[in-house]
Structures are given as C-alpha cells and as structure tokens.
Design a protein around this ligand. Structure first.
Ligand code: KG4
Length: 336
C-alpha cells in the first residue's frame, strides 16, 4: 500500500473533484458540482460537463493543497479516474493529471471509477479488507462482484439493461421530479402501495441473480400515461416509494442470495445509489437476519468524489505512461 500523499482527480461525469489522501486518510476532498446547471436540461449535457471540468480543475487543485496544508512538492503520486464515464469529461481529468505528474516527476496511477466507489468504504471502515461481496450501484452500472483482493474482481451478477440509478432517474423524470431524479425521488417518497401501483418484480430468465430494470422503468412510465389518459391523478410520493422499495428489494434479493451461495459473510455496498434510504434499511434488515457484516460508505462519499480515487490508488499496482487514454467503458476486472 502506497503511504505517500496522493493527489487524486475525478471528472467522469458532472462533478469535478480533487482530493489529497494518504493511505485511507483523507486530508482534503474538494468537489465542484455542476448539478444546478444540468438540472436545466433534465440530465447531464456531456459537452457542458467537459467545459466546466476544464474551468474548475486548476482552482480545485490549489484549494485541495491548501486544505491539506501541503505543497505540490509533497505529492508522491497523482491518481486519476480514467474509465468508465463520459469520454470528454474523463479526458479533462486524465490530461490534467498527466501534465501534473509529468511536471512533478511523480508516478501517475489510473483508477477504475467503480473500484474507486468500492474504496469509498475503506475510508469509513479502516478494518475492512477483502474478501467480500460488493454491490455496486450507480447511475451507469449495477453489478455484484466477488472481491478477492483490492484489485481482483469477479462479476457474479449484473444488469441486462438499465442501471438501477438510471431506472430511478428516468422514472423520476416521468413523475415530473427534478434532476438528479434518484436523489429527489428518495427525498419525497412516502409509503409504498403495491395494490394501487402494481409494479412488476422483473426476473432474468436463466439467471437467478442478474437484474433487469428497463421493464420496471417502462412500467412506471406506462402507469403514469394510462392514468393521465383516464383523467386519474398519480400520488407521486406514494408511487416514488413503491418504485424505491421494488428496486431496493431486487438489489437486496440478489445480493443476499449471492452472499449465501458464496458463503461470503461480508457485504459492501457502493456507488451513488448506496445513498438510497430504503436500500440501506432493507439491506441492513436482511444482513442482520443472515448474520452478514454490512458496509455502506458515509453519505458524503456515496456520490462521485476524488477521495475514493486516492484511496483505491494506494492499492493499485499499475502505473500509466504518457500515452494514458480515457475509456468510456471498461470492466471492473480489467487493468489499464
Ligand atoms: O455513483 P454516482 O454518483 O455516479 C455514477 O458514477 O454513475 O451515481 C449517480 C446515481 C444517479 O442515478 C442518482 O440518481 C443516484 O445515483 N442516486 C440515488 C440516490 N442518490 C444518488 N438514487 C436513489 N436514491 C438516492 N438517495
């Protein structure tokens, strides 16, 4: 494990983030969110995201150094999210990181975004170490992986179509909720009512643990349209709670099912959707019933941030050369 100061950069979507970490300790965690601007368009506009990263990244770096109370010359390595994500957005962080590493003459560590989300758990749980089972739920990905070592992953289940976060975001949009839909939906949701809103529990044929969220999203959209056509109103907080519970049930079922099948008694949840209150409630309940040790990141580390990138970087053995490129897609088990 690297025990020097790491300057970490994250720009895979709509948050520009720079952190300073040392081992699992976070000395600075600066984030410039673009959410308010993308809200106007109902989702992330990739070109705007890249331009805002470009504008924010230098000042954030200076701020992170100041917060950590160190200078550029104390930095032992630069880490950067290089995949997966919006390609134009990633390229801003990757190029800035390359220039910085080159000028400081320190190693450049490329980090996989999902590995970083998982590492968010290492910050709040210093005792946590592999092996464990990890549910990674974000806006673009939903996978369950067996984590055998800090950089060794085996995908045991995944979504066949939309990610859980995408399902929340798109269904929330159909409900007239503001971007980012998953966050708003979780805030306004009240009590579920499956009689009034009979949402399906989608199963994937031939695979007990894989997910399919697109049918669930379509069921919400159709339900709203049918009601509108009949002149019936929709109780949005109740529908939101119904969808939230269904998604949480699907995630918990597969995760706990796989934990039992693999006999892994430690479960880690990560990614933006790990902030979801119903997922936290149902997963905690199921983990207690099955004698499973459960880990969630602190809420401030659930969404995109650079602290998690720095922490994962201290376990990564790969070093990038000057030719490092960003990748829009990449499996969590692949190496740069
Ligand atoms: O991990 P993340 O910040 O970005 C990606 O790497 O994709 O995840 C963003 C996703 C969005 O879909 C957002 O709506 C969802 O996480 N999200 C939530 C909650 N907070 C964030 N979904 C449900 N409930 C939440 N509390």
């Amino acid at each position: 494990m690297e025990e020097k100061y790491i300057l970490a950069i994250e720009s895979s979507c709509d948050e520009t983030a720079v952190a300073i970490t040392k081992g699992r300790t976070v000395l600075a965690n600066e984030i410039a969110s673009q959410v308010e601007e993308h809200k106007l368009y109902g989702g992330v506009v990739p070109e705007i995201a890249s331009r805002r990263h470009c504008e924010a990244i230098y000042a954030l770096t200076e701020k992170a150094l100041e917060t950590a109370g160190i200078t550029k010359n104390d930095i032992g390595a630069v880490a950067v999210t290089a995949a997966p994500g919006l390609i134009g957005a990633l390229l801003v962080g990757v190029n800035f990181a390359k220039g910085l590493a080159m000028s400081l003459n320190v190693p450049l560590i490329p980090v996989h975004h999902l590995r970083a989300h998982m590492a968010a758990n290492y910050i709040s749980a210093p005792e946590l170490k592999p092996p464990f089972l990890c549910l990674l739920v974000s806006g673009g990905n939903t996978v369950i992986a067996r984590v055998t070592d800090y950089t060794k992953f085996e995908i045991l289940a995944k979504t066949r179509d939309d990610a859980a976060g995408e399902c929340f975001d798109k269904a929330a949009r159909a409900m007239g909720l503001s971007y980012p839909g998953g966050v708003t939906l979780d805030k306004i949701a009240t009590k579920p009512d499956f009689k009034e809103y009979p949402l399906p529990f989608p199963k994937v044929e031939g695979s007990e643990y894989d997910f399919s969220f697109s049918g669930l999203k379509t069921a919400v959209v159709n339900l709203i349209h049918n009601r509108e056509q009949k002149g019936l109103s929709v109780d949005v907080p109740v529908l939101a709670a119904t969808l939230r519970q269904r998604v949480a049930q699907m995630l918990v079922n597969s995760t706990i099912g796989l934990a039992k099948e693999t006999a892994l008694k430690k479960v880690v949840v990560a990614g933006g959707v790990s902030a979801n209150s119903e997922l936290r409630r149902l997963m905690t309940q199921a983990a207690n019933e099955n004698n499973i040790e459960l880990f969630f990141p602190e809420l401030k580390y659930c969404g995109d941030n650079a602290a998690m990138v720095g922490v994962q970087a201290c376990y990564e053995k790969g070093r990038a050369n000057a030719g490092l490129n960003a990748r829009a897609t990449m499996d969590i088990g692949e190496e740069f």
